[in-house]
Design a binder for this molecule. Structure first.
Ligand SMILES: Nc1ncnc2c1ncn2[C@@H]1O[C@H](COP(=O)(O)OP(=O)(O)O)[C@@H](O)[C@H]1O
Ligand SMILES: [Mg+2]
Length: 244
C-alpha cells in the first residue's frame, strides 16, 4: 500500500480468529491506521487480499463490509453532536440494516428502539439517554462510539485508539467495557496505552515501518528484546507489568 509512490505498508500478513482480541502496537507512522483503512475498505491495497470469514472482501466498499459484520471506530469522532445518545444509537441500529434508513419518530416498544436501548446498557450510558451528545464527556463519547459499532451484532470491530484523550477513570471504564464485550465479536485495537491494550488483548502485533515486526501473546511481546529495543521504553515495560 502506498501514497504518491511512497510505500507505507508492505508484506503485511495477519490472521485473526473469530473470537480474538488483537492489539496493534507501533510508533506513529508505522502504518496502523492505514492497515485499518485497508481492512475496513476505506482504502484498496495495491496488492494482496483481505479475507473476512473466508470471503474475499478486498474490492468491497466499506458499507458492504459493514453488511458482512465489520465495524470500525475512527480516531476522530463520527458522532452526531446535536442528537441525543439514544438517537445516535438508533441511527447506528437502522444504518447497519439493508433497506429504509432514517431517524423517524422514536416510539417506545419499537424493535429498533429496544435494540438501541440494549446497546445503551452494554456501553453503560443509560444515565444520559436523552442528553445531546455534545454535552457528554470525552470518555462517554468514546463509549457511545463503541456502542454504535456494536449495532447489529458485528463479527469484527476495528478500534483506532479508543482511549486517546481519556482520563484515568475513563480509561478504566473503557477497559472494563472492552473486557465485557461478547466473545462472539472479535476486535482489533490500536492502542498506545499498553496497560489497556495488554489487559484486553489475547494477541499482539507490533508494526514498524509498514511491516508487522512481531506477533505473539502480550507476554511474548513484552519480553521480546527486539520489541523492547525498537519500540518499548522501560516506562512502557513497567506499565505492562502493572497490567498483569
Ligand atoms: N492519505 C495519506 N496520504 C499520504 N500519506 C499518508 C496518508 N495516510 C497515511 N500516510 C502515511 O502513511 C504512513 C503510515 O500512516 P498511518 O497508517 O496513519 O500510521 P499510524 O496509524 O501507525 O500512526 C505515514 O508515513 C503517513 O504519513
Ligand atoms: Mg493512526
Amino acid at each position: 500500500m502506498g501514497f504518491g509512490g511512497i510505500q507505507v505498508l508492505s508484506d503485511v500478513s495477519m490472521t485473526i480468529s473469530s473470537t480474538e482480541r488483537h492489539a496493534v502496537f507501533g510508533p506513529n507512522g508505522a502504518g496502523k491506521t492505514t492497515l485499518f483503512n485497508l481492512i475496513g475498505g476505506d482504502l484498496t491495497p495495491g496488492g494482496g487480499r483481505i479475507l473476512f470469514f473466508g470471503m474475499d472482501v478486498t474490492e468491497l466498499p466499506p458499507h458492504a463490509r459493514v453488511r458482512l459484520g465489520m465495524r470500525r471506530t475512527y480516531q476522530s469522532s463520527m458522532l452526531f453532536p446535536e442528537l441525543s445518545v439514544l438517537e445516535n444509537l438508533l441511527i447506528a441500529v437502522r444504518g447497519v440494516r439493508p433497506g429504509r434508513f432514517g431517524l423517524g419518530r422514536i416510539r417506545p416498544g419499537d424493535a429498533d428502539v429496544e435494540a438501541a436501548e440494549a446497546l445503551l446498557r452494554n456501553v453503560r450510558l443509560t444515565g444520559v439517554t436523552a442528553q445531546a451528545v455534545s454535552t457528554l464527556s470525552h470518555g462517554q463519547q468514546r463509549q457511545l462510539e463503541i456502542g454504535m459499532a456494536l449495532a447489529g451484532t458485528p463479527r469484527l470491530i476495528l478500534l483506532d485508539e479508543p482511549a486517546a484523550g481519556l482520563s484515568a477513570v475513563e480509561r478504566r471504564d473503557l477497559t472494563e467495557l472492552l473486557t465485557s464485550l461478547p466473545r462472539s465479536t472479535a476486535f482489533l485495537i490500536i492502542e498506545h496505552d499498553l496497560e489497556i491494550a495488554l489487559h484486553v488483548a489475547d494477541r499482539v502485533s507490533v508494526m514498524h515501518g509498514g511491516r508487522v515486526m512481531k506477533q505473539g501473546t502480550p507476554d511474548e511481546i513484552m519480553s521480546d528484546a527486539e520489541v523492547q529495543a525498537i519500540y518499548l521504553g522501560s516506562a512502557s515495560k513497567e506499565a505492562a507489568d502493572r497490567a498483569h
